[in-house]
Design a protein. Structure first.
Lengths: 110, 113
């Protein structure tokens, strides 16, 4: 079973920041937080991951609370092409499988 | 650098036939994962392989399904005697070191008629 909880859906306006929340209250000290997305029926796409510190790459930023029990994925300027299901996953990383939950469906409106 | 290559993209099999799904990981990646996505459902882990070894097959159905990742060539997911319930999208992913930053392929859509 997935160890994360995400709202089922949210929407945001094109050009605005999309802030996607995730709860992982039972995360253990050696587990990372990963974010993936799946656009329509395509293969999932890796977005970002982190352990304790906030992370940023060309796609998004990941903000992890100090107690590590929740995190937020930020898409700074959402476009229509960002409409997808976003999955928040916790995993030990090396040699570990990823367990996908239901994810959150982000709809970006014009 | 080519991504994870899966073929065929679409596969139609009659009930009772065998299905072979192939996955070529990214260059330099020696860790391969297979996931299944049933219609309107989430992604379910099936099996994790390294070259010539099955590391975790906890998600594989006990019967009819097998996977391999030989020293040379692609990883193969084999489904024997397919049934309608096997109709799904099968995704393969690879990573260079077993960490969770996988690269997924585009999937094989299996339809059993």
């Amino acid at each position: 079973d997935a160890k994360t909880t995400q709202p089922p859906s949210m929407d945001c306006a094109e050009g605005r920041a999309a802030n996607l929340p995730c709860n992982h209250s039972t995360i253990s000290g050696n587990e990372y937080v990963y974010w993936y997305r799946q656009i329509h029926s395509q293969g999932p796409q890796y977005i970002i991951h982190g352990l304790k510190n906030n992370e940023t790459n060309e796609m998004a930023s990941l903000i992890i609370t100090e107690d590590r029990k929740s995190s937020t994925l930020i898409l700074p300027h959402a476009t229509l092409r960002d409409t997808a299901v976003y999955y928040c996953i916790v995993s030990e990383g090396a040699n570990s499988k990823l367990t996908f939950g239901k994810g959150i469906t982000l709809s970006v409106r014009p | 650098n080519a991504g994870v290559m899966q073929n065929p993209r679409h596969l139609v099999r009659r009930r009772g036939q065998e299905a072979r799904l192939r996955c070529s990981p990214m260059k330099g990646h020696s860790h391969v994962y297979w996931y299944r996505q049933l219609p309107e459902e989430g992604l379910k882990f099936m099996v994790y392989l390294q070259k010539e070894n099955i590391i975790d097959e906890s998600g594989m159905p006990k019967e009819r399904f097998s996977a391999e990742f030989p020293k040379e060539g692609p990883s193969i997911l084999r489904i024997q005697q397919v049934v309608r319930g096997d109709s799904a999208a099968y995704f393969c992913a690879s990573s260079p070191d077993g960490s969770g930053g996988y690269t997924f392929g585009s999937g094989t859509r299996l339809t059993v008629v």
